[in-house]
Design a protein around this ligand. Structure first.
Ligand code: URA
Length: 240
């Protein structure tokens, strides 16, 4: 059971504050009954109508975008830079699940489904994300070992579940490292390599959970299938 204003906000219909206003104004009904009390709890089975619009699962949308470089992953940018939302043709209030840095490219999911966002963002649900990082220098064998055994970043150890040295060019002095991590701290990959003494010149996320970029070009997107969405929901169950 969740608070009504939270459920309305999670549906993407309105912000939580706006949802509270709508409830107080008597614009929300649950199972045909107008509700004006803010703390009212509802379940997924309840029929919630706001201003005549049914909030239901069928209103949820899910997109997988190949984010280009030079794009912010917030819904709105205070400096009016291009956002990941600008790439998606929808009239729904979608937002990205997690963030990729302005200069990071690759796989990002956008939705208006707050439940799925919570599931995938929660560290205990262990959603793997795979990145390819181009490093400012070639990687020494001892640093590769350190990376594999885990690196303390801001007081907390981050241990990649998989590390693959795809290229280590000693002449041109750079390395390409593919690594999978299950946590979602901001700038985690860059900070991890910073601890080892490397700058990340290029970063791309190539996998998120079981999803890959497939043939999507930079700036292209596709909708997730119901099967994929269901599978993403299973992350909640798997790790509980
Ligand atoms: N780690 C980073 O450092 N940057 C990203 O964009 C994603 C993960």
């Amino acid at each position: 059971m969740e608070r009504l204003q939270k459920v309305i906000a999670q549906s993407g219909y309105a912000s939580r504050r706006k949802a509270e206003e709508l409830i107080k104004q008597g614009k929300v009904s649950v199972n045909g009954e107008t509700i004006t009390e803010l703390g009212t709890k509802v379940s997924g089975d309840d029929d919630i109508v706001v201003n005549g619009i049914h909030l239901g699962k069928e209103d949820y949308v899910y997109y997988l975008l190949n984010k280009p470089r030079g794009v912010v992953s917030t819904a709105k940018d205070e400096h009016d830079r291009k956002t990941v939302i600008d790439f998606i043709n929808t009239d729904k209030r979608i937002y990205p699940i997690g963030r990729l840095d302005y200069d990071t490219t690759g796989l990002i999911i956008l939705t208006n489904d707050g439940n799925l966002t919570n599931i995938l963002s929660h560290p205990s649900n262990h959603v793997p994300k795979t990145y390819v990082a181009k490093l400012s220098h070639s990687l020494t064998p001892s640093d590769l070992m350190r990376l594999k055994s885990g690196v303390v970043v801001d007081g907390k150890k981050c241990t990649p579940t998989r590390v693959k040295l795809k290229k280590n060019d000693l002449d041109k002095d750079y390395a390409l490292v593919e690594l999978t991590i299950i946590e979602g701290r901001n700038h985690i990959v860059k900070n991890l390599f910073k601890e080892l003494g490397y700058l990340v010149d290029k970063l791309s996320r190539i996998e998120y959970a079981f999803l890959t970029l497939d043939n999507l070009k930079s700036g292209e997107y596709r909708e997730l299938s119901i099967k994929e969405v269901k599978k993403l929901y299973e992350y909640k169950i798997k790790n509980k």
